[in-house]
Write a protein that binds this ligand. Structure first.
Ligand SMILES: NCCC[C@H](NC(=O)CCC(=O)O)C(=O)O
Ligand SMILES: NC(=O)OP(=O)(O)O
Length: 315
Protein backbone atom coordinates (compact mmCIF):
# COMPACT_ATOMS: atom_id res chain seq x y z
CA UNK A 1 0.00 0.00 0.00
CA UNK A 2 1.39 3.46 -0.94
CA UNK A 3 -1.49 5.64 0.28
CA UNK A 4 -4.05 5.14 3.06
CA UNK A 5 -6.64 7.90 2.76
CA UNK A 6 -9.89 5.89 2.58
CA UNK A 7 -11.30 2.38 2.36
CA UNK A 8 -10.84 2.66 -1.41
CA UNK A 9 -7.06 2.40 -0.94
CA UNK A 10 -7.44 -1.07 0.58
CA UNK A 11 -7.30 -4.02 -1.81
CA UNK A 12 -8.79 -6.58 0.59
CA UNK A 13 -10.62 -5.19 3.65
CA UNK A 14 -11.27 -8.55 5.42
CA UNK A 15 -7.57 -9.43 4.99
CA UNK A 16 -6.50 -6.11 6.55
CA UNK A 17 -8.85 -6.69 9.51
CA UNK A 18 -7.47 -10.22 9.92
CA UNK A 19 -3.93 -8.82 9.77
CA UNK A 20 -4.72 -6.31 12.56
CA UNK A 21 -6.13 -9.09 14.76
CA UNK A 22 -3.09 -11.26 14.09
CA UNK A 23 -0.73 -8.37 15.03
CA UNK A 24 -2.69 -7.96 18.27
CA UNK A 25 -1.72 -11.57 19.13
CA UNK A 26 1.93 -11.17 18.11
CA UNK A 27 2.85 -7.43 18.11
CA UNK A 28 6.60 -7.73 17.58
CA UNK A 29 6.73 -10.39 14.84
CA UNK A 30 7.62 -7.89 12.08
CA UNK A 31 10.21 -5.69 13.82
CA UNK A 32 12.66 -6.37 10.98
CA UNK A 33 10.35 -4.62 8.48
CA UNK A 34 10.72 -1.21 10.11
CA UNK A 35 14.40 -1.38 11.02
CA UNK A 36 16.17 1.86 9.97
CA UNK A 37 12.90 3.26 8.60
CA UNK A 38 11.42 6.57 9.80
CA UNK A 39 7.74 7.32 10.37
CA UNK A 40 6.87 11.01 10.75
CA UNK A 41 3.50 11.96 12.26
CA UNK A 42 2.51 15.53 11.44
CA UNK A 43 -0.39 17.12 13.31
CA UNK A 44 -2.13 20.32 12.24
CA UNK A 45 -4.74 19.67 14.98
CA UNK A 46 -4.89 18.12 18.49
CA UNK A 47 -4.82 14.34 19.09
CA UNK A 48 -4.46 11.83 21.90
CA UNK A 49 -5.36 8.40 20.45
CA UNK A 50 -4.12 8.79 16.90
CA UNK A 51 -0.81 10.21 18.02
CA UNK A 52 -0.10 7.59 20.73
CA UNK A 53 -1.48 4.53 18.91
CA UNK A 54 0.28 5.27 15.61
CA UNK A 55 3.54 6.05 17.42
CA UNK A 56 3.24 2.73 19.27
CA UNK A 57 2.34 0.88 16.05
CA UNK A 58 5.48 2.24 14.36
CA UNK A 59 7.63 1.28 17.35
CA UNK A 60 6.15 -2.25 17.40
CA UNK A 61 7.29 -2.58 13.78
CA UNK A 62 10.82 -1.44 14.69
CA UNK A 63 10.48 2.05 13.13
CA UNK A 64 11.97 5.30 14.36
CA UNK A 65 9.08 7.70 14.95
CA UNK A 66 9.14 11.51 14.77
CA UNK A 67 6.10 13.48 15.94
CA UNK A 68 5.69 17.09 14.81
CA UNK A 69 2.82 19.18 16.18
CA UNK A 70 3.27 21.58 13.30
CA UNK A 71 0.37 23.80 14.38
CA UNK A 72 2.21 24.62 17.62
CA UNK A 73 5.88 23.87 16.99
CA UNK A 74 6.39 24.52 13.26
CA UNK A 75 6.58 27.66 11.17
CA UNK A 76 3.19 29.05 10.14
CA UNK A 77 2.33 27.19 6.92
CA UNK A 78 1.11 28.77 3.70
CA UNK A 79 -1.26 26.40 1.93
CA UNK A 80 -2.29 28.55 -1.04
CA UNK A 81 -0.46 28.82 -4.32
CA UNK A 82 0.15 32.10 -6.10
CA UNK A 83 0.21 34.38 -3.05
CA UNK A 84 2.97 36.79 -2.09
CA UNK A 85 3.93 35.63 1.41
CA UNK A 86 4.09 39.06 3.02
CA UNK A 87 1.64 38.22 5.83
CA UNK A 88 1.84 35.85 8.81
CA UNK A 89 2.70 32.60 7.01
CA UNK A 90 6.41 31.79 6.95
CA UNK A 91 6.84 28.56 5.01
CA UNK A 92 4.95 27.12 2.03
CA UNK A 93 3.58 23.58 2.19
CA UNK A 94 5.57 22.83 -1.00
CA UNK A 95 8.89 23.24 0.82
CA UNK A 96 7.68 21.99 4.23
CA UNK A 97 6.21 18.71 2.89
CA UNK A 98 9.13 18.23 0.49
CA UNK A 99 11.64 18.53 3.35
CA UNK A 100 9.63 16.18 5.59
CA UNK A 101 9.75 13.63 2.78
CA UNK A 102 13.57 13.84 2.84
CA UNK A 103 13.55 12.77 6.51
CA UNK A 104 10.80 10.12 6.31
CA UNK A 105 9.97 6.78 4.72
CA UNK A 106 6.27 7.11 5.61
CA UNK A 107 4.38 10.26 6.68
CA UNK A 108 1.10 10.49 8.62
CA UNK A 109 -0.91 13.72 8.39
CA UNK A 110 -3.79 15.07 10.48
CA UNK A 111 -5.67 18.02 8.97
CA UNK A 112 -9.23 18.88 10.06
CA UNK A 113 -11.69 20.73 7.82
CA UNK A 114 -12.30 24.47 8.19
CA UNK A 115 -16.10 23.80 7.98
CA UNK A 116 -16.53 27.10 6.07
CA UNK A 117 -16.01 26.17 2.41
CA UNK A 118 -17.45 22.75 1.55
CA UNK A 119 -15.80 22.46 -1.85
CA UNK A 120 -12.40 23.19 -0.37
CA UNK A 121 -12.85 20.70 2.51
CA UNK A 122 -14.33 17.96 0.31
CA UNK A 123 -11.53 18.31 -2.24
CA UNK A 124 -9.08 17.47 0.60
CA UNK A 125 -6.77 20.32 -0.40
CA UNK A 126 -4.36 20.15 2.55
CA UNK A 127 -4.04 16.35 2.72
CA UNK A 128 -3.58 16.09 -1.05
CA UNK A 129 -0.87 18.77 -1.01
CA UNK A 130 1.12 16.75 1.53
CA UNK A 131 0.73 13.66 -0.65
CA UNK A 132 1.82 15.57 -3.75
CA UNK A 133 4.84 17.37 -2.28
CA UNK A 134 6.32 14.89 0.23
CA UNK A 135 6.78 12.13 -2.39
CA UNK A 136 6.70 9.25 0.15
CA UNK A 137 3.76 7.02 1.20
CA UNK A 138 1.17 8.89 3.29
CA UNK A 139 -1.29 7.69 5.95
CA UNK A 140 -4.29 9.83 6.88
CA UNK A 141 -4.43 10.53 10.60
CA UNK A 142 -7.89 12.11 9.97
CA UNK A 143 -8.40 14.49 7.09
CA UNK A 144 -11.19 16.92 6.25
CA UNK A 145 -13.67 14.24 5.15
CA UNK A 146 -12.43 10.88 6.49
CA UNK A 147 -10.74 9.11 9.42
CA UNK A 148 -9.79 5.72 7.95
CA UNK A 149 -7.50 4.51 10.79
CA UNK A 150 -10.42 5.06 13.17
CA UNK A 151 -12.86 3.23 10.88
CA UNK A 152 -10.48 0.30 10.45
CA UNK A 153 -10.13 0.03 14.25
CA UNK A 154 -13.93 0.20 14.51
CA UNK A 155 -14.34 -2.63 12.03
CA UNK A 156 -11.66 -4.67 13.86
CA UNK A 157 -13.62 -4.09 17.11
CA UNK A 158 -16.90 -5.21 15.53
CA UNK A 159 -15.26 -8.30 14.03
CA UNK A 160 -13.72 -9.16 17.40
CA UNK A 161 -16.83 -8.62 19.56
CA UNK A 162 -19.70 -9.69 17.29
CA UNK A 163 -21.83 -12.64 18.44
CA UNK A 164 -23.73 -13.15 15.15
CA UNK A 165 -22.24 -13.51 11.67
CA UNK A 166 -24.00 -10.39 10.25
CA UNK A 167 -24.47 -7.90 13.11
CA UNK A 168 -26.88 -4.96 13.11
CA UNK A 169 -24.74 -1.80 13.30
CA UNK A 170 -26.29 1.63 13.89
CA UNK A 171 -24.58 5.01 13.56
CA UNK A 172 -26.53 7.51 15.63
CA UNK A 173 -26.09 11.29 15.70
CA UNK A 174 -25.52 12.77 19.18
CA UNK A 175 -25.90 16.33 20.49
CA UNK A 176 -22.96 18.75 20.85
CA UNK A 177 -22.43 22.44 21.47
CA UNK A 178 -20.21 23.23 18.52
CA UNK A 179 -19.92 22.28 14.85
CA UNK A 180 -17.83 19.11 14.40
CA UNK A 181 -16.52 17.61 11.15
CA UNK A 182 -18.31 14.88 9.19
CA UNK A 183 -15.04 12.94 8.80
CA UNK A 184 -15.68 10.24 11.43
CA UNK A 185 -19.30 9.45 10.40
CA UNK A 186 -18.49 9.69 6.65
CA UNK A 187 -15.63 7.29 7.07
CA UNK A 188 -17.48 4.89 9.40
CA UNK A 189 -20.38 4.78 6.90
CA UNK A 190 -18.05 4.20 3.97
CA UNK A 191 -16.35 1.25 5.72
CA UNK A 192 -19.63 -0.24 7.01
CA UNK A 193 -21.13 -0.13 3.50
CA UNK A 194 -18.28 -2.44 2.42
CA UNK A 195 -18.53 -4.77 5.46
CA UNK A 196 -20.74 -7.77 6.11
CA UNK A 197 -23.11 -5.89 8.45
CA UNK A 198 -26.69 -4.67 8.41
CA UNK A 199 -26.10 -0.89 8.59
CA UNK A 200 -28.48 1.92 9.62
CA UNK A 201 -27.82 5.65 10.15
CA UNK A 202 -30.11 7.66 12.44
CA UNK A 203 -29.97 11.46 12.62
CA UNK A 204 -32.33 14.40 13.13
CA UNK A 205 -33.70 16.18 10.06
CA UNK A 206 -31.04 18.49 8.62
CA UNK A 207 -28.04 16.29 9.42
CA UNK A 208 -27.96 14.06 6.32
CA UNK A 209 -24.41 13.05 5.35
CA UNK A 210 -23.02 13.36 1.83
CA UNK A 211 -24.60 10.50 -0.17
CA UNK A 212 -21.19 9.46 -1.58
CA UNK A 213 -20.41 7.84 1.79
CA UNK A 214 -23.75 6.27 2.69
CA UNK A 215 -24.89 4.49 -0.49
CA UNK A 216 -26.19 1.15 0.86
CA UNK A 217 -27.13 2.35 4.36
CA UNK A 218 -30.71 2.53 5.67
CA UNK A 219 -31.23 6.16 6.79
CA UNK A 220 -33.90 7.21 9.30
CA UNK A 221 -34.86 10.11 11.57
CA UNK A 222 -36.31 7.68 14.12
CA UNK A 223 -33.59 6.84 16.65
CA UNK A 224 -35.67 4.31 18.63
CA UNK A 225 -36.60 2.35 15.52
CA UNK A 226 -32.95 2.35 14.41
CA UNK A 227 -31.36 1.16 17.66
CA UNK A 228 -33.94 -1.55 18.46
CA UNK A 229 -32.13 -4.89 18.87
CA UNK A 230 -28.86 -3.44 17.54
CA UNK A 231 -25.63 -5.37 18.11
CA UNK A 232 -23.45 -2.23 17.90
CA UNK A 233 -24.45 1.43 18.34
CA UNK A 234 -21.85 3.96 17.14
CA UNK A 235 -22.44 7.35 18.72
CA UNK A 236 -21.11 10.54 17.08
CA UNK A 237 -22.00 14.17 16.60
CA UNK A 238 -21.52 15.92 13.28
CA UNK A 239 -22.49 19.29 11.82
CA UNK A 240 -24.74 19.66 8.77
CA UNK A 241 -23.48 18.91 5.28
CA UNK A 242 -26.14 21.31 3.95
CA UNK A 243 -26.01 24.20 4.91
CA UNK A 244 -22.38 23.28 5.41
CA UNK A 245 -21.07 23.29 8.99
CA UNK A 246 -24.38 24.48 10.47
CA UNK A 247 -25.78 23.34 13.82
CA UNK A 248 -29.30 23.74 15.10
CA UNK A 249 -30.41 23.45 18.71
CA UNK A 250 -33.31 21.39 20.01
CA UNK A 251 -32.04 17.83 19.52
CA UNK A 252 -30.74 17.26 23.07
CA UNK A 253 -33.07 14.24 23.41
CA UNK A 254 -30.83 12.38 20.93
CA UNK A 255 -28.33 11.68 23.74
CA UNK A 256 -28.42 7.94 24.58
CA UNK A 257 -29.07 6.88 28.17
CA UNK A 258 -29.87 3.57 29.88
CA UNK A 259 -33.59 4.13 29.51
CA UNK A 260 -33.25 4.40 25.71
CA UNK A 261 -31.02 1.30 25.67
CA UNK A 262 -33.79 -0.92 27.09
CA UNK A 263 -34.77 -1.75 23.50
CA UNK A 264 -31.14 -2.63 22.63
CA UNK A 265 -30.08 -4.77 25.61
CA UNK A 266 -27.28 -6.59 23.71
CA UNK A 267 -25.88 -3.50 22.01
CA UNK A 268 -22.24 -2.62 22.45
CA UNK A 269 -21.77 1.15 22.52
CA UNK A 270 -18.94 2.63 20.47
CA UNK A 271 -17.51 6.16 20.15
CA UNK A 272 -14.26 7.28 18.54
CA UNK A 273 -13.47 9.60 21.51
CA UNK A 274 -12.94 12.23 22.78
CA UNK A 275 -16.50 12.25 24.12
CA UNK A 276 -18.21 14.97 26.13
CA UNK A 277 -19.94 13.18 29.02
CA UNK A 278 -23.63 13.82 29.54
CA UNK A 279 -23.75 16.01 26.43
CA UNK A 280 -23.03 13.46 23.66
CA UNK A 281 -23.33 10.27 25.68
CA UNK A 282 -24.49 9.62 29.26
CA UNK A 283 -21.98 8.77 31.99
CA UNK A 284 -24.14 5.81 33.00
CA UNK A 285 -23.56 4.24 29.57
CA UNK A 286 -19.85 5.15 29.42
CA UNK A 287 -19.29 3.64 32.89
CA UNK A 288 -21.65 0.70 32.33
CA UNK A 289 -21.27 -2.82 30.92
CA UNK A 290 -22.41 -2.02 27.36
CA UNK A 291 -19.64 0.50 26.59
CA UNK A 292 -16.65 -0.76 24.57
CA UNK A 293 -15.08 2.67 23.93
CA UNK A 294 -11.79 1.93 25.73
CA UNK A 295 -11.38 -1.44 24.04
CA UNK A 296 -12.15 0.26 20.69
CA UNK A 297 -9.46 2.90 21.31
CA UNK A 298 -7.02 0.10 22.23
CA UNK A 299 -7.59 -1.42 18.79
CA UNK A 300 -6.29 1.77 17.16
CA UNK A 301 -2.76 0.35 17.64
CA UNK A 302 -3.46 -2.82 15.63
CA UNK A 303 -5.28 -0.97 12.88
CA UNK A 304 -2.36 1.44 12.44
CA UNK A 305 0.14 -1.39 12.65
CA UNK A 306 -1.63 -3.40 9.92
CA UNK A 307 -1.60 -0.38 7.59
CA UNK A 308 2.05 0.52 8.30
CA UNK A 309 3.08 -3.12 7.80
CA UNK A 310 1.46 -3.20 4.35
CA UNK A 311 3.26 0.05 3.47
CA UNK A 312 6.65 -1.21 4.72
CA UNK A 313 6.26 -4.38 2.66
CA UNK A 314 6.30 -2.40 -0.60
CA UNK A 315 8.84 0.32 0.31
N1 LIG B 1 -10.36 12.42 16.14
C1 LIG B 1 -11.59 12.15 16.70
C2 LIG B 1 -12.63 13.22 16.58
C3 LIG B 1 -12.11 14.59 16.34
C4 LIG B 1 -13.14 15.66 16.24
N2 LIG B 1 -13.68 15.96 17.57
C5 LIG B 1 -13.59 17.15 18.10
O1 LIG B 1 -13.08 18.05 17.50
C6 LIG B 1 -14.16 17.32 19.50
C7 LIG B 1 -14.03 18.74 19.97
C8 LIG B 1 -14.86 19.06 21.17
O2 LIG B 1 -15.58 18.23 21.72
O3 LIG B 1 -14.77 20.25 21.52
C9 LIG B 1 -14.27 15.22 15.30
O4 LIG B 1 -15.41 15.13 15.73
O5 LIG B 1 -13.98 14.97 14.11
N1 LIG C 1 -10.41 9.11 17.91
C1 LIG C 1 -9.35 9.90 17.68
O1 LIG C 1 -8.89 10.04 16.55
O2 LIG C 1 -8.83 10.51 18.78
P1 LIG C 1 -7.73 11.67 18.76
O3 LIG C 1 -8.37 12.85 18.07
O4 LIG C 1 -7.43 11.90 20.20
O5 LIG C 1 -6.56 11.19 17.99
Amino acid sequence: MKLFSSVNDVKDVPALVAEALQLKKDPFAFQHLGKNKTLSLVFLNPSLRTRMSTQKAGANLGMNVIVLNIDKEGWALELRDGVIMNGTTVEHIREAAGVMGEYSDIIGVRSFPGLKDRDEDYSETIFNKFVEFCKVPVVSLESATRHPLQSLADLVTIEELKTVSRPKVVLTWAPHIKPLPQAVPNSFAEWMCKADVDFTIAHPAGYGLCADFTNSAIITHNQDEAIKDADFIYVKNWSAYEPYGAITGGNEDWMLNNDKLKIAPKAKIMHCLPVRRDLELSSEILDGPQSVVIHEAGNRVWAAQAVLKQMLEVL
